[in-house]
Design a protein. Sequence first.
Lengths: 149, 149
Amino acid sequence: MNETDVTTMTSSEWELMRIIWTLNGASSREVIDEIQRKRDWTESTIKTLLGRLVKKQMLTTLKEGHRFVYQPAVPETEAMDATVSELFTHLCEMKKGQVILSLIEQVTLSQSDLKSMQALITKKLETAPEQVACNCLTTGGTCENHCED
Amino acid sequence: MNETDVTTMTSSEWELMRIIWTLNGASSREVIDEIQRKRDWTESTIKTLLGRLVKKQMLTTLKEGHRFVYQPAVPETEAMDATVSELFTHLCEMKKGQVILSLIEQVTLSQSDLKSMQALITKKLETAPEQVACNCLTTGGTCENHCED
DNA sequence: CTTTGACGTTTACATCTGTAATCAATATCA
DNA sequence: TGATATTGATTACAGATGTAAACGTCAAAG
């Protein structure tokens, strides 16, 4: 039940999590060294962030001697999907397609990713609506109503 | 130069902005009424948020009598794209494709959006790499290296 | 066994955010 | 014109976040 809310992760926290996800668990030293290759955060700052991630239950600790191995408490994929979904709830329904399009444009995608998308899109085309209405106003007025006056 | 940074918008602020974008400019009253159909924020709270958006230069004000018409200082599309792009910089390069795929799956997309995607994907397939490497560690180690031990 | 280092914990503080009451100026109704 | 409602501005305050120093404790080195 009471699931960890990954959507409250901040940018800095994402940076630590990525390392820990990728290493599939890491000591504070590993995280600190890795982070400091890119950011000039002090050791202290990074420790604070680790602590906060543990408190937020994004990380679990395994005691190994008297020090810890920090482990992800949530799978990376789950966190990515949840965060992106959450962001999309803020966007105008009508314009999400455009946003995804420009994402596809900007991201480097593998053959296999592209093929999966192609398949999915072909399937979605079978039942896709002609238009998707704007849902920004509760009154039901759509963007067009207003933008073209 | 000194461009407004849309990526600092919070969830609450997005809600106000959406209304103002959709109405293409609005009075505080309009915003308050519209927001209060969904949220039970007080008038006061909404005014504070409006003020902060003006200070952050996300909104511009036009004096109309002694009251204001709040106008978007940044186009909605631009804000959406910038925010989504920013979020994607936090994600493992290798897994962005999966995330986009699950987005396509979950979002309602119009025929025309889907067709644009299809075209773009077909084009991208021509030059797409077989694999996209994980970029989570500066050491260059990819997810595989670590996940399969 | 003592000194030194590594590591987790506590404390600190400014800024941002959520949430809102109060105030001052103005416009509108009586 | 005076009372009242509107609206923008100021002030408030707790919690989250960025950023980091200092502290206590255990382990390793000497």
